[in-house]
Design a protein around this ligand. Sequence first.
Ligand code: T3D
Length: 260
Amino acid sequence: MDDIRVTPHHAWRTIALNAPARLNAVNGPMLTRLLAALDEAEADPSCRAVLLTGEGRGFCAGQELGADVTPGPNGPPDLEALASTYHHEVVRRIRASRLPVVCAVNGVAAGAGASFALACDIVLASKTARFVQAFVKIGLVPDSGASYFLTRSVGEARARALAMLGDAIDGEQAAAWGMIWKAVEPDALMAEAETLTARLAQGPTAALAAMKRMFHAAPENDLHTQLELEARLQGEAGRGAAFAEGVRAFQEKRPPVFPR
Ligand code: T3D
């Protein structure tokens, strides 16, 4: 199956959802392959960043509304198991990854598809992309972290309305609300996302990984606990080769070349 397309570049790789006829809606086997692609990037010491995107006119239309979620002779589908085995594992994997994960939202991001985007570290979207909390339209609740990410990025008032109404917002609105980093012209999206990912791949990899841990912990911590965490992670960064190179490069008035 080619529904997950991995393209290696120098020190980073693109992982593209590739089922364009259904706007890259995902199913169990496809998510298993997505998880494997994320794991392979993680395990490759030469890989220092990941770009997640979708082929065709959509980013991801969430769960494929097909066999996995259709009631069968044994009754309704077990959505709790489906969510925790597949969708939520993707979110966990992205958040726990040592690698910066950039998302280029090239078109509609609906249901779990929107959550996958919001789980990433830096999200760029086409101005014409749409973010849709589609769950309510089929009688479901937000999952894959949607209620977590939205309350923290756009605030509770907007999060509740997005979830309860299921109305789409475009990339520009998502950026204006702080849901994503930036909205760009559709034709410029991939070039800009690739430049950004390549830049992260040249960054201080261990410090970027530590930042992910820091930002993941921040919403749950009080200031005292977060200061302790920052001090510990700064101590680790200070013992690393990237810091030594960064300071040396500053003193020598040249750009740093961070080691892996
Ligand atoms: O346990 C669990 O966790 C359960 C899972 C929960 C997570 C979820 O993600 S629940 C939400 C599931 N997703 C949806 O409900 C979205 C359904 N799709 C739509 O509402 C619309 O397609 C979009 C708003 C995403 C895009 O609309 P539009 O007008 O741009 O495109 P379209 O014409 O509706 O779709 C184009 C094709 O993609 C179409 O196929 P066709 O008619 O050309 O052969 C459509 O059926 C297909 N498609 C779109 N979304 C899905 C899909 N096929 C299967 N599953 C989909 N989710």
